[in-house]
Design a protein around this ligand. Structure first.
Ligand SMILES: NC(=O)c1ccc[n+]([C@@H]2O[C@H](COP(=O)([O-])OP(=O)(O)OC[C@H]3O[C@@H](n4cnc5c(N)ncnc54)[C@H](OP(=O)(O)O)[C@@H]3O)[C@@H](O)[C@H]2O)c1
Length: 359
């Protein structure tokens, strides 16, 4: 392992047990395994899944745990066998969940060790704060659309980074429910890159201009009664209806709407297990579960493609990270931020903390 000056101990936000209180404690800086790099985290972003991990220990049996799924910073050490990355590279990182060991190596810390093959290289134009908005939710939006692994279902679209993929689905309509969510903002952008038009999004009206800039052709007020929302969306669709419905929030109130709006034979993407989708379920709507974890074996091929293409797409401005709200106090800002996530008081932005600013 080659390295610059790295402390042996860092400050990390530890979860002591399922449902326990998060607290900042000294914690060893991880040593590197083969194929891993050490990243000094400048930014970490908050996600709804963190709440489930903290409250119910979702996916975790090993405690104390450093949770956190999103981070960005600078590589400070390179492990054995790593190629294509150097100390000083600016990267975004997804926290690693080991589903076998039920263990997480998360980003609510000052340093994280992570497999190099899952890094997003950040162009200079993308700040660490902006970079930290991507690792969890951007792949959740993109992988399901373009994954062609034979063991998963999905729309199996030709990706916009492949020859002929960009704009390929021109003339087909998409609807993105929860367009202002972090996942939704990325779903709108990939729908745009794939050529879908119109792209109808639901969100609070305050986000209409931003979502239009990302590629939505119409933004409907998500507070409208369900029947009115459905009628308004249908009125914007071509005769063939919506070929793609992407439910980026997959809530009890949105799931039946996505199902109703998807045309016969169309694809409906959900981000949480959908349960019952509504009266008179039509078997012809193909329902697909988005899976944003980079380490899932069935994501391997499309992850490699996406992470290879993304730096260029970011540099060109083809994909824009989410707007951020930075919380004060370094890692001490996380518990209050997660309370806001839990209470659904986050709207159109990603909450971000600066781990190095932890007192
Ligand atoms: N399957 C996976 O691998 C995976 C990975 C990541 C995330 N997820 C899941 O994806 C979902 C979204 O995550 P996120 O981080 O993108 O969430 P988020 O940004 O925290 O979501 C907040 C947004 O939800 C919108 N919203 C709330 N209720 C809505 C409704 N009824 N209709 C339309 N929009 C509504 C709000 O819109 P307004 O402010 O405009 O009102 C707000 O902007 C979560 O359930 C998360 O657990 C799944």
């Amino acid at each position: 392992m080659s390295s610059t000056t790295i402390p042996t101990t860092q400050k990390a936000l530890l979860l002591p047990s399922k449902g326990g209180a998060l607290s900042i404690e000294p914690f060893p800086v991880p040593t590197l395994g083969s194929g891993e790099v050490l990243v000094r985290l400048a930014a970490a972003a908050l996600n709804p899944i963190d709440v489930a991990m903290q409250m119910f220990g979702l996916f975790i049996e090993v405690f104390p745990a450093v949770i956190g799924c999103d981070g960005a910073g600078e590589i400070v050490a390179i492990g054995e066998g790593v190629e294509g990355f150097s100390a000083g590279d600016r990267v975004a990182v997804q926290g690693t969940i080991d589903m076998m060991k039920k263990e997480i190596h998360g980003t609510y810390a000052q340093y994280v060790a992570t497999p190099a093959k899952f890094l997003i290289k950040l162009p200079d134009s993308v700040s660490f704060d902006a970079g930290a908005t991507m690792p969890c939710t951007l792949p959740t939006a993109a992988l399901v659309l373009y994954n062609k692994d034979e063991n998963v279902t999905g729309p199996r679209l030709d990706a916009p980074w492949t020859p002929g993929g960009r704009g390929k689905y021109a003339g087909k309509a998409a609807v993105v429910l929860g367009g202002s969510s972090s996942v939704g903002q990325y779903a709108i952008q990939f729908a745009r890159l794939s050529g879908f038009s119109p792209i109808v999004a639901t969100a609070s009206p305050a986000h209409a201009a931003h979502l239009t800039a990302l590629g939505a052709t119409h933004v409907l007020d998500r507070a409208l009664p369900a029947a009115d929302l459905e009628a308004a969306a249908r009125a914007l669709a071509p005769a063939a209806g919506f070929a793609l419905a992407f439910d980026a929030v997959s809530l009890p109130e949105t799931l039946p709407l996505g199902y109703a709006l998807a045309a016969d034979g169309a694809d409906l993407v959900v981000v949480s297990p959908p349960g019952t989708l509504g009266e008179g379920e039509r078997k012809t709507v193909k329902v697909h579960m988005a899976r944003g974890l980079l380490a899932i074996p069935t994501n391997a091929a499309v992850v490699e493609e996406l992470l290879g293409a993304l730096p260029g797409m970011l540099a060109a401005g083809d994909v824009k990270p989410n707007p951020v709200e930075v919380l004060e106090g370094g890692l001490a800002g996380v518990p209050g931020g997660l309370e806001r996530v839990k209470m659904k008081q986050v709207s159109g932005v990603k909450l971000v903390v600066h781990p190095q600013a932890t007192a």
